[in-house]
Design a protein around this ligand. Structure first.
Ligand SMILES: [Zn+2]
Length: 288
C-alpha cells in the first residue's frame, strides 16, 4: 500500500517535472527554429536583386526615396526637354527653384547625367566606369551602388507625369481607353498649378508668354471633350547627322546630274540634225 503510494507520489512528481520541462524544451525548439530560419533567410537578404534586399535597405537609417519610378521620371524629363525647354531657352527665362520642373528638383538628374551611352549595347557608369549591356542594368547598378548619389533635395519628377502626358511618351502604341473626366480634371488642375509656380504671370512678359504656352502645350489636352492634342506647339527639332550628310551629298550631286542631262540632250540634238541632213541628201538623190 505504502509502496504504491510512494510510487504514486513519484509518478506525480515526474508528471510535474515533465509539465515544467516540456514547455521549456518547446521554447528552446522554437528559438532554435527561428534562428535556423533567420540563418536561411540571411543570404536572401544580402542578394542584390531580391525584394528582400529592399527590406534590408529600409532598415538602414538614411533611406533614400525609392518610391519613385526612374522610368517615369525619365519620361517626364524628356518631355520637359523636348517640348518646354526650347521655348524657355528662346525667352532666356530661368526656371526658379520653386518650379518642380527645374532640373535641380529632379531626384535622378545627377545619376541620369552620369550615364555614358556608347552604342546600343554599351552603357557606362559615369561614377565608377563599369560597363553594362543595357540601360536597365545601369539603372539597377545606380540603385544598388550609388543610391547615396541621389539628389537629396530632389523630388520625384514622376509625380508630375499626369500633367505632362508621360504615358504618351512611354507608350509605343496609343491606348484607346475611355476618358475619365475626374482624372482629366485632376491632371488639368496639377498642370495649371505647375504653370502658375513655374511662370508667375506677375513676373514680366517672358513669364506671361511662357505661362500661356504651357497651358496650350500641356494643360488644354486634359479634357474629355477631345479635339485638343498635347504638345500642339511643337518641340525641339533634332538635326540628325545622317540626314545632314544626305542633304549635303544631294546638293553636291544635283549640278553633276544636270550637267549629264544637258550633255546627253546636246548629243541627241546633234544626232537628229545629222539624221535630217542624211534624209535631205537621200531625197535630193532619189528623183534623178
Ligand atoms: Zn558605378
Amino acid at each position: 500500500m505504502g509502496k504504491k503510494k510512494i510510487t504514486g507520489m513519484v509518478y506525480t512528481n515526474n508528471e510535474r517535472i515533465t509539465h515544467l520541462v516540456i514547455p521549456f524544451i518547446y521554447l528552446l525548439m522554437l528559438s532554435g527554429l527561428s534562428s535556423v530560419s533567420s540563418a536561411f533567410s540571411q543570404p536572401n537578404l544580402q542578394g542584390t536583386d531580391n525584394p528582400g534586399s529592399r527590406t534590408l535597405k529600409q532598415e538602414d537609417p538614411p533611406v533614400h526615396e525609392v518610391h519613385c519610378s526612374r522610368e517615369r521620371s525619365r519620361a517626364a524629363w524628356n518631355i520637359i526637354d523636348q517640348y518646354l525647354m526650347p521655348f524657355v531657352e528662346k525667352e532666356k527665362y530661368q526656371l526658379s527653384s520653386q518650379c518642380r520642373l527645374n532640373a535641380s528638383n529632379d531626384l535622378f538628374r545627377d545619376q541620369e547625367e552620369h550615364k555614358i551611352h556608347y552604342d546600343a549595347n554599351e552603357w557606362r557608369c559615369g561614377y565608377c566606369k563599369k560597363i553594362f549591356r543595357a540601360e536597365k542594368y545601369l539603372d539597377q547598378h545606380f540603385d544598388n551602388r550609388h543610391s547615396n548619389l541621389l539628389n537629396s533635395n530632389g523630388k520625384c519628377l514622376a509625380d508630375v507625369c499626369g500633367a505632362l502626358h508621360c504615358d504618351l511618351m512611354m507608350d509605343s502604341k496609343p491606348r484607346k481607353s475611355k476618358c475619365n473626366p475626374a482624372a482629366a480634371a485632376k491632371n488639368r488642375h496639377l498642370c495649371e498649378s505647375i504653370a502658375d509656380s513655374c511662370f508667375p504671370v506677375n513676373q514680366g512678359h517672358s513669364a506671361t508668354r511662357l505661362h500661356d504656352l504651357f497651358l496650350r502645350q500641356f494643360c488644354d489636352a486634359h479634357t474629355c471633350s477631345g479635339g485638343k492634342k498635347p504638345f500642339s506647339r511643337g518641340g525641339r527639332k533634332h538635326t540628325n547627322v545622317f540626314y545632314l550628310a544626305i542633304s549635303i551629298l544631294t546638293m553636291m550631286l544635283l549640278p553633276i546630274f544636270y550637267l549629264i542631262v544637258y550633255l546627253y540632250q546636246r548629243e541627241m540634238r546633234k544626232g537628229t540634225q545629222e539624221l535630217k541632213r542624211i534624209s535631205k541628201i537621200g531625197r535630193k538623190t532619189k528623183p534623178s
